[in-house]
Design a protein around this ligand. Sequence first.
Ligand code: MF3
Ligand code: CO
Length: 273
Amino acid sequence: MIYVKTEEEIEKMRAACDLTSRTLGEVARWVRPGETTRRLDTIAREFVLDHGGKPACLGYEGFPGTLCIEVNETVVHGFPSGYVLREGDVVGTDLVVELDGYNGDSCYTFPVGEVDPKVMQLLKVTKESLYVGIEAARAGKRVGDISNAVQTWCERRGYSVVREMCGHGIGRDMHEDPEVPNYGRRGIGPVLRKGMCIAIEPMINLGSKNIVIERNGWECRTRDRKPSAHFEHTVAITDGAPEILTTFRYIDESLGSHPLRESVEESEETPHN
Ligand code: MF3
Ligand code: CO
C-alpha cells in the first residue's frame, strides 16, 4: 500500500527532513581522526532531542543507536561503538528523525582525513548515482527507472550494487511501500505519483556486491571487506522535478570551513539541486 501525501503532510515531511539534514551537518563537524563513533552518535542524539525530534532508529527493533555507523567495509546498520576513527577511514552516518509524526531519512559517507583516491572515487560516484536516481523519480515513471539509473551509473564505472538492501517509501513510518532497489530493469515496478515520498539510498561497493550480516543480526559488511559507500535523500514526487526534502547543504557548510575535511565532490555532468 503506497501512501500519497497531501500538501500539509509534505510540509511536515519538509520539517522532519530539515532537522535530519541539520543533524548530519552537526555530525559533520565531529568527523575526524581520534573521535569515536559513539561520540558521533551522542552528538546526533542530543541535537535531535534539543530540536524536538525523535531519533527514530534508537530502539527500532532493538537497534542501539541514533545513527547507523558505516565504517569502511560496513555497508549498513553498524552500531555506534568505542571504535576510534583513523585517518584514511570512511564513515557513513545514516539517520532517521521523526518530527511531528513524520520521518526524514538521510545518509552521508564522510572521508576521515586523507583517504585513498580509489575510495574517494567510490564516494563521488555513489553520491552522483543518488542524484541520477533522484532525476528519474518523476510522476508517471516507475520505481525500476530509478533502480536502473543508479545501477547503470555505478556499474559503468566499475562498482557493484548491493542487492539485499533497498530504498523505501517513507512518511509516518520510516519504512513504507514501495521498496526502491538500486538495481533492476527500466519500466518495471510501481508507478510513481505526485505526493509519494521515497528514500533513495544507493549502497555501492568497491569490490564484489556480496555482503555478510554479523551474528548480532544487524551489522552488514562486504564479504570481501573492501569499502562500501552510502548516500541517501528523502524525495517527494511532484508534477515536475522531484523535490529533494533532505539536503547536504549543512554538511557542505560544516566541511567547507575546514581545510582538512573535504566534502565529496560531484562532477559537472551530475544533475543536482
Ligand atoms: N536509513 C536506514 C534504512 O532505511 C535506517 C535504518 S534505521 C534502523 O534502513 F533502525 F533500522 F537501524
Ligand atoms: Co533509508
